[in-house]
Design a protein around this ligand. Structure first.
Ligand SMILES: NC(=O)c1ccc[n+]([C@@H]2O[C@H](COP(=O)([O-])OP(=O)(O)OC[C@H]3O[C@@H](n4cnc5c(N)ncnc54)[C@H](OP(=O)(O)O)[C@@H]3O)[C@@H](O)[C@H]2O)c1
Length: 244
C-alpha cells in the first residue's frame, strides 16, 4: 500500500534508539525527510548514515530546548509536516516519591513536548496542514510511574488539541504501546522475566518490537489516516491489564 508520504518532512524526538529510531527509519523508507533529535551523538550519527536524517543533539529537558529544536528543524527542513513527540523514560516511584523525580518526569514526558508542539503549531496552522503523533503509555499500571502519569496528561491534551485543530486540517493522535522490547524495558525486565511475564499476560505471547510501533506511526502520519484524529491507537499484543 502506498502511504503517500513521499516528500513529507518529520521531526522526531527521542530518535536515537527504541521507537523513535524505528519510526525515523520507517518514515525515511517511505520517502520522508527526517529531523531526528536526542542526546546520544554516536547513535544519531549512525541514524544519519543509515537514513540520511538531519540530526540534532540536544538534551530535551534543558530550558530552551523546544525553541532550539523548532528553529533548527524549520531551518533544515523548510517546513514540518509531521511531528512525533516520543522522547521519554520510565520512572517508577514510591507512593510518596521524590519531588525532583516528579518534576523531571513531567518535564521530559509532557511539558517539553507541549512546548515543542506550541513552537511548531503556528507554522502548521499557517499552512493548514499537519500531523502530530504523541507516543503515550498504558493507563493500566498498578503502581506509580511518573512517565505513565505524564503520558495520561499527554493523552488528554492531545484530544483537546485535536478538537481545536481539525479546522486547520491538523490531525493529533496518540500511539499507546504495551510492552515493547527497547532499552526502556530492558532496564526493568531480564530476558527470563520478560518471557514469563509475556507468557502469563500478553495474548500474543511476547513483547512487541519497535517496528510494530513504527508501522502504526507511519500509518497514522500518512494521508491514509486522513479521517483519524483525537484517537488513541493501542499497539500492545492484547496486553490490557498490568499486574504491577
Ligand atoms: N518500550 C515500552 O514498552 C514503552 C511502553 C510505554 C511507553 N513507552 C514510551 O515510548 C517512548 C519511547 O520509549 P522507548 O522504549 O523507545 O525508549 P528508549 O529506547 O529508552 O528511547 C528513549 C529515547 O528518548 C530519548 N531521551 C530520553 N531522555 C532524553 C533527554 N533528556 N533528552 C533528549 N532525548 C531523551 C533517548 O535518547 P538519548 O538517550 O540519546 O537522549 C531515546 O532516543 C517513551 O516516551 C516511553 O515512555 C515505551
Amino acid at each position: 500500500m502506498d502511504l503517500h508520504l513521499k516528500g513529507k518532512t518529520a521531526v522526531i524526538t527521542g530518535a536515537s534508539q527504541g521507537f523513535g529510531r524505528a519510526i525515523a527509519k520507517g518514515l525515511a523508507s517511505e520517502g520522508v525527510k527526517i529531523f531526528a533529535t536526542a542526546r546520544n551523538e554516536e547513535l544519531l550519527k549512525s541514524l544519519h548514515e543509515e537514513t540520511g536524517a538531519v540530526t540534532f543533539a540536544q538534551d530535551f529537558t534543558a530550558p530552551g530546548a523546544p525553541q532550539a529544536i523548532a528553529n533548527a528543524a524549520l531551518a533544515a527542513l523548510g517546513r514540518v509536516d509531521i511531528l512525533v513527540n516520543n522522547a521519554g523514560r520510565s520512572r517508577a516511584l514510591g507512593v510518596t516519591g521524590d519531588e525532583e523525580e516528579w518534576e523531571a518526569g513531567f518535564t521530559l514526558d509532557f511539558t517539553r513536548h507541549r512546548q515543542l508542539t506550541q513552537h511548531l503549531l503556528p507554522h502548521m496552522m499557517e499552512r493548514s496542514q499537519g500531523v502530530i503523533l504523541n507516543v503515550t503509555s498504558t493507563y493500566e499500571l498498578r503502581s506509580i510511574n511518573v512517565s505513565a502519569v505524564a503520558k495520561g496528561a499527554v493523552a488528554v491534551w492531545s484530544k483537546q488539541l485535536a478538537g481545536q485543530l481539525g479546522q486547520y486540517n491538523i490531525r493529533v493522535n496518540c500511539l499507546q504501546p504495551g510492552l515493547i522490547d527497547t532499552a526502556n524495558t530492558q532496564r526493568i525486565f531480564t530476558a527470563e522475566e520478560r518471557r514469563q511475564f509475556a507468557q502469563n499476560n500478553i495474548p500474543l505471547g511476547d513483547f512487541g518490537q519497535p517496528e510494530d510501533i513504527a508501522n502504526m506511526a507511519a500509518f497514522l502520519a500518512s494521508p491514509r489516516a486522513g479521517y483519524i484524529t483525537g484517537a488513541v491507537a493501542v499497539v500492545d499484543g492484547g496486553l490490557r491489564y498490568h499486574p504491577f
